[in-house]
Design a protein around this ligand. Structure first.
Ligand code: HEC
Length: 446
């Protein structure tokens, strides 16, 4: 149940990843050993990163360039080579900026562009490890005026609670019923040659036409009726309304890359045991950063949160009402107002044990807002809680995020076990939004 709740939450924010993500052509990341003794979480901040080399991958907006599209004749003179496993970078090295510029405006792979969105981003990445942990440091310039750390909210309309805030192409945002709210986010996929072609093709392998916002989005009912996929959704407790095709690896399908052709359970178990899945870590300026953690997923037949309990939970049940509110004694108010969103001094996140109180309807007025999620690190455990340190700081338009994870988390069936000297491919995708309300309405990019 616990795990279910966390996944459900993510489903919402990912419902149109295609529209807001910037992907990178994959590349391998070397590792350097600055010291041998494992650091306590508190000491992670003392790492001298100036001693550690920096790589600067080029990320670009991918439009609807799905794994299917890349293998059709529309991918000019490249479909056969791509099918044969030729690496994207063999042909596209140095082209990332121009690809992003082409793909971010209206074109055959972007039927619905967002004005002034930027299509290219230079990320800086550093990696280090000691005996136990991998430490990663990322830096990027946002195109927003602020930290982009407001997440989705729930709003009381006088009689009931409803979701408030969504991505820029959501119907309710286009109809101006809800504001555009989308936090800054960094996703990292870790894989190796155990997932065939992943080192050559990276994140693109998990991006398919059947996903939300793509050219041939699968019918929710069909997804709901699918014997394997619906079972997975049921197992993790996601309501049928939210069934959609999520990231998956082609190897988990028996018929090409067709979303519905999922291999049988025994075959999937074998693939997982062999390590033929991807590890996926997502840091989010609103959903995870306030508690100093990141969320831990894996991708094989479907993107799923790792086993155990994540720190991230929905705040009660949407229409049933929130479970937590702000603790007035600690922060001076019980709920936020729309105007508060533009006030950086007002906390925007509910962190259990720090600033929360049980929900009390008597303290709520029409129009009040509460975060749609809570963070509870005290309850987090198991594989879902493996990224136990992930902190991002926003300064002068620049984000710096530092995180750590054990090289061997002890959970080989949903985390990549990293060995010193091994070669791993890190794929990165990011979403960016700009400042808090009211400027969010004219932010240049998400
Ligand atoms: C054999 C060389 C080759 C390989 C390998 C290759 N591409 Fe391409 N790609 C091309 C060529 C040539 C074009 C057409 C360029 C044009 O239309 O201007 C293209 C076009 C594209 C476009 C569309 C750009 C546009 O103008 O609309 C995208 C996106 C793209 N490739 C991504 C990838 C990715 C991702 C991979 C790896 C999975 C990949 N390519 C592998 C050669 C290659």
């Amino acid at each position: 149940m616990v795990k279910a709740a966390a996944v459900n939450r993510y489903k919402h924010s990912f419902s149109s990843l295609r529209l807001i993500s910037i992907a990178i052509l994959s590349g391998s990341l070397g590792m350097i050993l600055p010291q041998a003794t494992p650091l306590f979480a508190a000491d992670v901040e003392s790492i001298d990163w100036s001693q550690i080399s920096v790589s600067k991958p080029r990320l670009y907006y991918p439009g609807q360039s799905s794994y299917q599209w890349l293998r059709t004749s529309e991918h000019k003179k490249a479909a056969e080579e791509t099918k044969a496993g030729e690496a994207c970078l063999r042909c596209h090295k140095g082209e990332q900026k121009s690809l992003g510029e082409i793909l971010v405006v209206e074109n055959r792979l972007e039927p619905d562009p967002i004005e002034d969105k930027s299509g290219y981003l230079r990320l800086s990445v550093q990696a280090a490890h000691d005996d136990q942990y991998l430490y990663l440091r990322f830096g990027w310039k946002t195109s927003g005026e602020g930290p982009g750390n407001v997440g989705n909210l729930m709003r009381f309309d006088g009689s009931e609670w409803a979701w408030w805030g969504n991505h820029r192409q959501h119907e309710a945002v286009l109809d101006e019923e809800q504001p555009a709210i989308y936090p800054d986010r960094l996703g990292i996929m870790i894989g190796d040659a155990k997932s065939p072609l992943y080192p050559e093709h990276g994140c693109w392998m998990t991006c398919h036409d059947s996903m939300v916002g793509m050219a041939e989005q699968a019918d929710e009912e069909e997804v709901g009726e699918h014997p394997v996929i619906s079972q997975l959704y049921e197992k993790i407790g996601i309501p049928i309304l939210n069934y959609a095709v999520r990231k998956y690896l082609p190897d988990s399908r028996s018929d090409g890359t067709e979303w519905a052709a999922v291999k049988n359970e025994d075959e999937l178990i074998t693939l997982r045991k062999e390590g033929a899945f991807l590890d996926l870590i997502i840091w989010d300026a609103s959903l995870t950063n306030p508690a100093g953690v990141a969320a831990d997923f894996n991708v094989l037949e479907m993107k799923q949160v790792d086993d155990g309990t994540s720190a991230l939970w929905p705040n009660g049940e949407m229409r049933g009402g929130p479970k937590y509110m702000f603790d007035e004694g600690t922060v001076g108010f019980s709920a936020l107002t729309e105007a508060d969103l533009a006030d950086p001094s007002k906390p925007k996140h509910l962190i259990v044990g720090h600033n929360t109180a049980p929900f009390d309807a008597a303290k709520i007025q029409e129009g009040d807002l509460l975060p749609a999620h809570i963070l509870d690190t005290g309850a987090a455990e198991g594989s879902a809680a493996d990224v136990d340190y992930a902190k991002g700081v926003f300064e002068n338009g620049q984000y710096t995020v530092i995180m750590r994870r054990k090289l061997d988390t002890g959970h080989p069936e949903d985390d990549k076990v990293l060995k010193v000297g091994g070669i791993y491919t890190f794929g990165r995708f990011m979403t960016m939004r700009a400042a808090s309300a009211p400027t969010m309405f004219r932010s240049r990019s998400r």
